[in-house]
Design a protein around this ligand. Structure first.
Ligand SMILES: [Zn+2]
Length: 347
């Protein structure tokens, strides 16, 4: 079997997975859309293709029990370029035992290399019927690939992108940096300008360790509905405070590349306004809601259970950050390292 994988920012094929969802309930983007990981799927699930790259040759869809590629169950294969939202396969959950699975889409290009896209699902024939899926549908895969980032290393190890929001915090940020160091992990810190102003020294270890510093605005007020001028003030105000805190530690080539809007709130202007300032807007795939302080065990379990190659994980060192996040991060790094994951910054 060919093992060579080339990664590109252009996704070969986009899947829409609909589980008795009202039409249009699941959003379609450069990835696989499913109900939230952990939700129980039952009934007939339609998987549809909506786009292919020009060098597309063939696609194959497999179901991996517990994510184990050695037990891959073949679902469907095709060589035709499917029209928009054309069904590729109807997956009947009754044919499979309840439990966690990963949907693997392999897109083979005309040169014989292939890309793989993974989406975790759970089959729950005996579980209660899922509630209205409209609010549950979410993007679970290929957010990283859409940003031009690898989901695996050249050696095939899955990559997890840890992002740490709302800092810096004099209490938690240095602890997180120390933990990351221990696991040879790199992360991305989406800092708030006003927090940098309050605790500039807390940002120094982040820059010294070579983590990526990214923009989470000056004030953490929503960017939705803001004018172009107000948007630019939020973004550039944060930039100035970061540069005054750690500018001497940043490489000469440094420029801000990633913006995360507060609360993830975006409108039609967010992308264009951000792009005009040199930014890509970054969301997340896995949100354990650590700021609600559900307990370190609950935070780490959510991330570990939902992890998949290329997943972007949202954690907090400032704002609602707490010791629970620090404790959970140690478990996450320990467990996912043992599963072969490496931890990279967005860059
Ligand atoms: Zn935030």
């Amino acid at each position: 079997m060919r093992r060579r994988t080339l990664w590109r920012s252009l996704i070969g094929l986009v899947l829409l997975l609909a589980s008795n969802l009202p039409a249009g309930a699941a959003s379609v983007a450069n990835g696989i859309t499913t109900p939230a990981a952990g939700d129980a799927l039952r009934g007939v699930v339609t998987v549809s293709a909506v786009a292919q790259a020009a060098d597309f040759a063939k696609w194959q869809l497999d179901l991996l029990p517990a994510g184990d590629a050695d037990q891959a169950i073949f679902l469907a294969v095709g060589e035709t370029v499917a029209p928009t939202a054309s069904p590729l396969v109807n997956l009947d959950s009754a044919r499979y035992a309840d439990g966690p699975y990963t949907l693997r889409l392999r897109v083979v290009r005309s040169d014989g290399n292939y890309d793989e896209h993974f989406s975790p699902i759970t089959i729950g024939n005996t579980a209660p019927a899922p509630v209205a899926a409209t609010t549950r549908a979410r993007l679970v895969s290929n957010r990283a690939a859409a940003l031009g980032l690898a989901t695996r290393t050249a050696a095939g190890q899955p990559i997890l992108y840890l992002t740490i929001d709302d800092g810096p915090s004099p209490t938690y940020t240095p602890q997180i940096v120390e933990l990351l160091e221990r696991y040879d992990a790199k992360a991305t810190f989406f800092v708030i300008g006003q927090h940098v102003r309050r605790a500039p020294a807390a940002l120094r270890p982040v820059a010294e360790a070579g983590h990526v510093i990214a923009n989470h605005t000056l004030s953490h007020r929503s960017l939705v509905g803001r004018s172009r001028e107000a948007f630019a003030e939020e973004v550039q105000g944060a930039e100035e405070l970061v540069r005054s805190a750690v500018g001497d530690l940043l490489p000469a080539s440094f420029s801000f590349a990633y913006l995360r809007p507060p609360g993830g709130g975006v409108d039609a202007n967010t992308g264009p306004f951000a792009a005009a300032l040199g930014y890509q807007v970054v969301g997340w795939d896995i949100d354990p809601k650590d700021w609600r302080r559900p307990g370190a065990a609950a935070i780490s379990a959510r991330v570990i259970q939902d992890a998949f190659p290329g997943a972007i994980v949202l954690l907090h060192d400032g704002g609602g950050g707490s010791q629970q996040t620090v404790d959970a991060l140690e478990t996450i790094l320990e467990e996912l390292s043992s599963q072969g994951y490496v931890f990279r910054a967005l860059r």
